[in-house]
Write a protein that binds this ligand. Structure first.
Ligand code: SIN
Length: 300
């Protein structure tokens, strides 16, 4: 961690206002929010600071948050409507907006999505309106492994070699949830077969290869090895070559922050600015997190 960016004013006439600080990580993205209790409703001023920090740093880490699923949902909804994952069977009972991300099996059955994030991706990029951002709240963590990596797609775009930047200008790409589903099912045999309704829910969509962040105006690469299948309007060979070059470039170490989870961490990231990857957990260790996913805009 480096510099304190701002200090909260502490208690004032507005009794819901909290004293907290925001520390940027010494990394290509990310900041830690220290002293904010997310189990309390946020004042308009506190919310505005968090909103601004999220736009500036793309990942916010709130430590030791003793919050309920209802409180996570309430905080998430401050940023927009929530999206329900197509694998509804992994929603938390009574909380369909909360996706259980977990490798735990009970009575031989998975309690959540065990291999979420196995490939680099931006959440729900396969929807007309992909996610604005996602929150993961740690419930149970392994003693080793289980890290989450985030790659800064603004920095990746800015650092593109000029020939590649010119080559992708104005191009669009197809995203589909089904792109690697069969491959994931082979690795994780418990992954359910999709019903006809679920398949209809995730029809392929087309988005710009370079998107503009709707709130900051910054450009970002918006293709991923998980969900992007092809660039439209070019030959298969050209599409493959461009995607391979973009995938390799966008996750170079200089764009990546690796999050090592601590008990009760709440991590909130911007899917319009980042891709992320779950590094994996040894099979014999338990990991469980609750995810909420906030709907964003149609990319442009
Ligand atoms: C996800 O892709 O939302 C899950 C990330 C993780 O489990 O670390």
């Amino acid at each position: 961690m480096t510099t304190a960016l701002a200090s909260g004013p502490g208690a004032s006439a507005d009794t819901t206002r909290q004293h907290f600080d925001i520390y940027a990580f010494d990394a290509p993205l990310g900041a830690e929010v220290v002293g904010l209790d997310l189990s309390r409703p946020l004042s308009a001023e506190d919310f505005a600071r968090i909103h601004r920090a999220h736009l500036d740093h793309h990942v916010l880490v709130f430590r030791d948050q003793r919050i309920t699923p209802d409180q996570q949902v309430e905080f998430s909804r401050r940023f927009g409507p929530l999206q329900i994952h197509v694998l509804q069977q992994f929603g938390l009972a009574g909380h369909p907006e909360v996706l259980i991300v977990s490798n735990i099996k009970e009575n031989g059955k998975p309690i959540g999505l065990g291999d979420a994030g196995h490939f680099w991706h931006s959440d729900l990029s396969y929807k007309d309106k992909p996610s604005l951002g996602s929150m993961l709240h740690a419930q149970e963590l392994p003693s080793e492994g289980g890290d989450t990596l985030f790659a800064n797609m603004h920095a990746a775009y800015d650092a593109l070699p000029s020939d590649l930047r010119d080559a992708v200008a104005g191009l669009k790409a197809e995203h589909t949830y089904l792109a690697r589903y069969a491959e994931l099912q082979k690795r994780s045999p418990w992954r359910p077969n999709l019903t006809a309704e679920q398949i209809a829910e995730v029809k392929p969509v087309v988005h710009p290869v370079v998107r503009t962040h709707p709130e900051t105006g910054r450009k970002a690469l918006f293709v991923s090895e998980h969900f992007t299948t092809r660039i439209v309007g070019v030959s298969d060979e050209e599409s493959r070559a461009l995607l391979d070059a973009l995938f390799a470039h966008s996750v170079k170490p200089e764009f990546v922050y690796r999050h090592q989870w601590a008990e009760r961490d709440m991590v909130f990231w911007d899917n319009r600015s980042l891709m992320h990857l779950a590094a994996g957990t040894p099979d014999h260790l338990r990991r469980k997190l609750f995810r909420t996913t906030i709907e964003g805009d149609t990319p442009f």
